[in-house]
Design a protein around this ligand. Structure first.
Ligand SMILES: [Zn+2]
Length: 183
């Protein structure tokens, strides 16, 4: 950035701070000593979304956020988590480095994250995105979730903080009907 007063090509940074989604730098011209401010902002290349009917439209974070908000409405989630989710997904999309991405890829990213965040939000989003044909398809999805919830909660709630080798021992001693062992 050339000095706006004398046009000199070099300046030193005397202060820099993050503002919103960019960095504000206070600079001093190495030639005339004038001070000026620059803002640096990441400018991602445009990303297009290919919709189901093959139409393309520019990726819109607000649209993504609106969909997430709707799915997470009135759920007991930490403040700011929905925005963070949108940020994460947006960042991942740009990291892919593609010019075009299908809505299916974005949908899957959302589903994956909602699944580990909140099952009700997940089902809400899935019911719109997957367009469950009937209640059976919806029930199948819910059954899968319930299944994963049960298998995920069993080991931690029943056998807290035991290393794997102890787990085997414990199971054996339980089977033999002995006492829990010394620990
Ligand atoms: Zn200058």
């Amino acid at each position: 950035m050339n000095c706006p007063y004398c046009g000199f090509h070099d300046s030193k940074v005397i202060d820099s701070r993050e503002v919103n989604d960019g960095i504000r730098r206070r600079r001093e011209c190495l030639n005339c000593g004038s001070r000026f401010t620059t803002y640096e902002r990441l400018q991602p290349a445009s990303l297009f979304v290919i919709k189901k009917d093959e139409r393309r439209e520019e990726f819109n974070r607000d649209k993504l956020l609106a969909g997430l908000r709707k799915a997470c409405e009135k759920r007991p989630l930490p403040i700011g988590i929905v925005e963070k989710l949108a940020d994460d997904i947006e960042a991942e999309l740009y990291r892919l480095g593609k010019a075009e991405i299908s809505t299916a890829v974005i949908g899957d990213m959302v589903m994956e994250r909602l699944k580990s965040l909140d099952h009700i939000a997940y089902i809400r989003f899935a019911s719109v995105y997957r367009e469950f044909a009937d209640i059976t398809a919806l029930k199948q999805e819910i059954d899968t979730l319930v299944g994963s919830e049960v298998s995920a909660s069993l080991p931690t709630s029943q056998l807290p903080l035991l290393p794997d080798d102890r787990l085997g021992e414990l199971a054996k001693s339980r089977r033999r009907g002995q006492k829990r062992g010394k620990h």
